[in-house]
Design a protein around this ligand. Sequence first.
Ligand code: GUN
Length: 294
Amino acid sequence: MTARIIDGKAIAADLRARVAGEVARVKRDHGLLPGLAVVLVGNDPASEVYVRSKHREMQAAGMASFEHKLPADVSQDELLALIGKLNRDPAVHGILVQLPLPKALHAETIINAIDPAKDVDGLHPNNAGRLAGGFTALAPCTPLGCIILSKTVHASLEGMNAIVIGRSNLVGRPLLQLLLNENATVTIAHSRSRDLPRLCAQADLVYAAVGRPEIVRGDWIRPGATVIDVGINRLPAEGGKMRLVGDVAFKEVAEVAGAITPVPGGVGQMTVACLLVNTLRAACAIAGLPKPAV
Ligand code: GUN
């Protein structure tokens, strides 16, 4: 069997176009210009790449994008003061503090200072708790993207066996909640789980989000399963270059799975597209408008 490749690039482009259409509508009908503020502390090269792409896609969708670059030695108080200012700024509907933060800063305190209505990362305890309770919430972008990709293969995830490998606040835990909201049967596995291959063998849907290159092997996968690879690992390649690989051994798994996301070109593109969705939704909610059509 050779798996169908889930084209994250095309699916994300379609989503961005639908967001742009809704942005044009709320601008025209309500004079609302959704705006996102991204805060980047220090100069981690991977974070700089992500932040640039967020800025570019926001502008392409017709939204306002504000970048705040702070030095790596910025104090906790200075960063909290900036967040307070963004919380009060009516042109800002979404606030994203790029992670990871330098060790001297206390990430939890910083995230808790973000107005939950502007928390487009879905990391504030109010949003995480609301999501866990099955209530309307801003949910983290990468897991939202994973659900959208899964639904391009299966119209409904109801009753399916899903395994999420990884329990981070940014991906694994919120993905568990989103899958439960879709009425899937969910197993969450992590570094201490026993016999991962056996757990995976039960799954119709496999989500790999551990950050370990190619850990998920072909003989772990139930024939025909859908495999969503959230990993982005940079490995050294020939000529001093870097090579991107996921958490899934792509070639092996593609022989067995029914559908699979590639790396790059899978989940990665969806994260930024879902950030646009969350910013638009936050802007409409803050302005007291109905939920947009995306
Ligand atoms: N770093 C890597 N992915 C993300 C993300 O989705 N949000 C934030 N804030 N930081 C990240």
